[in-house]
Design a protein around this ligand. Structure first.
Ligand code: NAD
Length: 507
């Protein structure tokens, strides 16, 4: 049967009281059951392991007690939520559910077997959802008599706190089923985003470069984990890539990377890193192992040695969004400078030393092409007031005096100079450009729309902005040029430019 909009019981007028079942009472299943019960549904929770469902409900009780203690929930409400939760011993007890959410182990065969069983058990107006984080919804639906009623409902951990739900469409998913899950997610206080079932869906796909570019930089000895983390925090990310990977666990992150890489038939864009593999092989799994990139938790970075006063002759050079950002910031910092809008490069000169905003080309290359020995490249100052450290790389002929002028200027701007090896695209620029590129490809391939990509990255992994917001801020010419520089430098398909970005440029 193909249900049209409104015929799913979970989408009916009294849907808030419709029974929901959750299968799998682990970390995610318990969180989902809690959210459903808080939204008013009677919830049956089931698990293969005996006692696991009851234990999860007891655990939810403790979480609700915490809310009561903080004054964020009334005791009566807490009792009512708990009264709506009950364990089930078998799937047969779930036959009256309007929605069953599968939250069991992340393996294809057991999930497929369970979904077939549910499909045979449930009446045709009941929906089935899977919380899989990496398995294709199309593959999961294979074998169901009614694959149209299977929808991916990808929550993020911890479920009660994280707002995002990726509503994932398999090849057979009925539009009305996905819309019903979207509406339900909103009623549960979540922000749903539609995604076509493709490897990594939205978040786990677009986020790959955040890790991959830093791992590539580490492999190239560009800088230390602490330097790279500091650079990326300055772009507004809450955690730098290395500290974040330490928190996630290198085993987990390596597995996700491998799964997306393999699912894309070995596309170099998603290639795992030897740096990551060495950490896993050596048992440096991150915080949970007490060691990863850092031993324990990373120390707070030393404060910037900010300086005030005169730093010599400063000229803001060229035009464009980065030049405007820097000009505004120099004014905020009370720095006197000249303006040369006609220059054929973008950046700032101090005492004749040119600091070019990186466009994916090395300082050495630019210095040679322009016959300008006093040349450095600097990173993109996306959020000047938040920058703790500014990545900079010097050309080979920069002398000590010139280097001091450049570093003094950065400190005058409130930024600690992070001197990296002269690699193309430095840290922030190559990461942001590649995040935009990945978001652009996801949209070009119909995985999600632009607003969906932005929302997913901001809510799923707390990014300070979404890829299309960065694109709007920076403009296609700069982003495409930076990617072209990286592509030219590495001659790797990894840095191929998304057709969507090229179209944007031509438009
Ligand atoms: P978990 O190991 O904590 O829980 C899985 C539970 O399922 C266990 O209690 C297990 O006993 C039970 N189970 C296994 N096979 C079963 C079956 N056939 N029938 C009934 N119960 C069964 O795992 P988790 O972290 O909660 O993940 C569950 C699902 O959610 C996976 O698909 C995972 O990819 C996905 N997910 C996890 C996260 C996360 O951060 N942990 C985030 C998003 C999605």
């Amino acid at each position: 049967m193909t249900a049209s909009t409104g015929t799913w019981r979970i989408a009916s007028a009294d849907a808030a009281q419709a029974p929901v079942a959750v299968i799998g009472a682990g970390v995610m299943g318990a969180g989902i059951a809690q959210v459903a019960a808080q939204a008013g549904h009677p919830v049956r929770l089931m698990d293969l392991r005996e006692g696991a469902a009851a234990a999860a409900i007891a655990q939810i009780g403790k979480a609700l007690d915490g809310l009561v203690a903080k004054g964020r929930m009334e005791r009566d409400a807490r009792d009512a939520v708990l009264a709506r939760l009950s364990p089930a011993a078998s799937t047969a007890e779930l036959a009256d559910a309007a929605l069953v959410i599968e939250v069991i182990v992340e393996k294809l065969e057991p999930k497929q077997a369970l979904l077939r069983e549910l499909d045979a058990l449930l009446p045709p107006d009941a929906l089935i959802a899977s919380n899989t984080s990496s398995i294709s919804i199309t593959a999961l639906a294979n074998g169901m008599a009614n694959p149209r009623r299977l929808v991916g409902m990808h929550f993020f951990n911890p479920v009660p706190l994280m707002k995002l739900v990726e509503v994932v469409w398999g090849a057979e998913t009925d539009a009305s089923a996905a819309q019903a899950i979207e509406a339900l997610s909103r009623r549960w206080g979540k922000t749903p985003v539609h995604a076509k079932s493709t490897p990594g869906f939205i978040v786990n796909r677009i986020a790959r470069p955040y890790y991959a570019e830093t791992l590539q930089l580490l492999q190239e000895q560009a800088g230390s984990p602490a330097q790279l983390d500091r650079a990326l925090r300055g772009a507004g990310f809450r955690m730098g890539p290395c500290e974040l990977m330490d928190l996630i666990g290198h085993d987990t992150n390596y597995l996700v990377t491998q799964s997306v890489f393999e699912a894309n038939f070995g596309d170099k864009r998603y290639q795992p890193s030897l740096v990551q593999k060495a950490l896993v092989d050596g048992g440096r799994l991150g915080r949970k192992a007490g060691k990863g990139f850092y031993e324990g938790t990373p120390e707070n970075a030393a404060p910037v040695a900010v300086i005030d006063g005169d730093v010599g002759a400063v000229t803001l050079s060229g035009r464009g969004p980065l030049v405007e950002l820097l000009g505004d910031w120099m004014a905020t910092r009370g720095l006197t400078f000249e303006r040369d809008e006609t220059a054929d490069w973008q950046g700032v000169a101090v005492e004749g030393v040119q600091l070019h905003f990186t466009r994916g080309r090395c300082a050495a290359q630019l210095a040679r092409e322009r016959s300008q020995p006093g040349l450095a490249v600097i990173d993109w100052p996306l959020a000047p007031d938040r920058i703790e450290g500014m990545a900079i790389a010097f050309g080979p002929r920069v002398d000590n005096v010139q280097q001091t002028h450049a570093e003094t200027l950065l400190r005058r701007l409130g930024w600690e100079p992070l001197v990296l090896r002269d690699v193309p695209g430095l840290a922030v620029a190559r990461t942001i450009a590649m995040l935009i590129n990945e978001g652009a490809d996801a949209v070009w391939q119909g995985v999600c729309d632009e607003a969906g990509a932005d929302t997913a990255m901001k809510l799923g992994v707390n990014y300070p902005a979404g890829p299309f917001e960065w694109l709007a801020q920076l403009g296609a010419p700069l982003v495409v040029d930076a990617l072209a520089g990286l592509f030219e430098a590495y001659r790797s398909e990894r840095y191929r430019i998304s057709p969507l970005l090229r179209q944007r440029l031509w438009a």
